[in-house]
Ligand binder design. Structure first.
Ligand code: SF4
Ligand code: SF4
Length: 211
């Protein structure tokens, strides 16, 4: 190929559609069930959902959750019930974002957001503490200094837990089964979570419903 042929290739590609984008200023939309870093949720009245039961820590295959529960002070309870999560830590140098902790949690306290763009200059920052994981007074994740996220990326913090199936029971199809959250109330079902919606089309759906 002579050098003129090389220029031809350059000129041709200059007018083709770009397949890359200006990351991180332009980001692709994240899938509905994307697994990012966790948040600890609160009920609509501000109480914490975590009851310190340690099920999440027990199920975690990477052993990266550390929880210590404590009795709720009777005059100023932190969560409904007897116990609350007194210490809660997740080590993001080990987490594989499998979501088993989310599936195991009986109170929907721990869920995964779609935030994943963070880089640490200090290994200690990779261990998120309860104070960092807990949603703020508007029910939103806290924006930590080493995290890169843009407006709107902190929404849908509990999408994954709300997408889980009702244990295969048809009686609960399309019925909202999640509790209200601070700042959001009881969230409406998302696409694919309601039995009233039409079946999605496409090869993936055909594969899923093959008898
Ligand atoms: S997502 Fe998986 S690896 Fe990460 S903390 Fe939860 S259970 Fe552990
Ligand atoms: S996050 Fe859920 S599973 Fe983990 S200790 Fe709290 S209540 Fe239990």
């Amino acid at each position: 190929m002579g050098y003129l042929d090389g220029f031809k290739v350059t000129l041709k590609t200059m007018f083709e559609d770009r397949v890359t984008n200006e990351y991180p200023d332009e980001k692709r939309p994240k899938p509905a069930r994307f697994h990012g870093r966790h948040v600890l949720n609160r009920y609509e009245d501000g109480m914490e959902k975590c009851i310190g039961c340690e099920l999440c820590a027990g199920v975690c295959p990477a052993r990266c959750i550390y929880v210590r529960g404590a009795d709720n002070p009777p005059d100023a309870p932190v969560s409904p019930g007897e116990r609350f999560g007194f210490v809660y830590e997740i080590n993001y140098l080990r987490c594989i974002h499998c979501d088993l902790c989310v599936e195991a949690c009986p109170t929907e306290a721990i869920t995964e957001s779609k935030l994943f763009e963070f880089s640490f200059t200090d290994r200690r920052d990779a261990i998120y503490t309860k104070a960092e994981l807990l949603v703020d007074d508007q029910g939103r994740p806290q924006h930590l200094p080493w995290e890169d996220w843009r407006p709107g990326e902190d929404e849908h913090t509990s999408a994954w837990v709300r997408a889980t199936a009702p244990s295969g029971s048809a009686a609960y199809e399309g019925t909202v089964q999640w509790s209200g959250e601070l700042g959001y109330g009881v969230r409406a079902p998302e696409p694919g979570q309601s039995a009233d919606e039409p079946e999605p089309e496409g090869p993936e759906s055909a594969e899923t419903h093959t008898p």
